[in-house]
Design a protein around this ligand. Sequence first.
Ligand code: NAD
Length: 223
Amino acid sequence: MKQLVQTSKATLGRLPFYYRTLNSLAEKGRSHVSSRELGSLMRIDPAQVRRDLSSIGEFGKAGIGYSVPDVLDVLEQILGLRNRTEAVLVGVGRLGAALCRYPGFEKYGLRIVGLFDSDPSKIGTKLDGLPILDVAEVPHVVRRLAIQMGIVTVPGDAAQAVTDLLVSAGIIAIWNFAPVSVRVPPGVFVRDEDLAAGLSHLSRHLSGASGHSEQESRTRRGT
Ligand code: NAD
């Protein structure tokens, strides 16, 4: 695999979208794709596609285009999709249950293996066959299964305590959906997910406050 030393942050941010687009082409049985078609599917400039892909490998052949399986192969390595990641999820409410039920994460190597909640009416029940355990069981389960990722889908006022519990159990990657910034010690990585932030971009656009075209907006957010 080519060294990623010259790959910009914006390019890295676009890689998951290349992966998603190429995957759907592969599912349709396509073996090759041109930068023009890829650019059109992703709504980015074909020259940008060529720059991005040349920064991660040498795939393109004049007149033939990019080999879809070859690019997918390298993207899987770069994005770490071959590393199976097992995670626990705390807060099995509307969002937590939806995330747990979403089958698409499997493709990205993520498997949710433990569900936790503090609501006595949920503890002991099952969600799609997976038992919902008392949140007090987190340290025990995380240590026993050597889990490294925790998904936080509790209300904001519980997020820090839940994060502290996960980190003290050995979790080193937190996918936080609660609308607060949680503090973690060095060595622990937090990814805050906020759909409302995306919505505010759209709202700003609708209210006419944004002068950016759709193309520019996609480029700015790295897609
Ligand atoms: P919900 O009320 O349906 O579910 C929250 C769950 O957390 C409940 O089952 C509750 O019993 C459990 N819980 C509460 N305190 C807990 C604790 N200390 N330990 C373990 N479990 C606990 O809420 P929801 O609609 O699913 O939203 C969940 C969180 O996700 C909220 O913080 C919400 O703001 C956030 N959210 C974020 C996004 C986003 O874009 N990031 C979108 C929707 C919701």
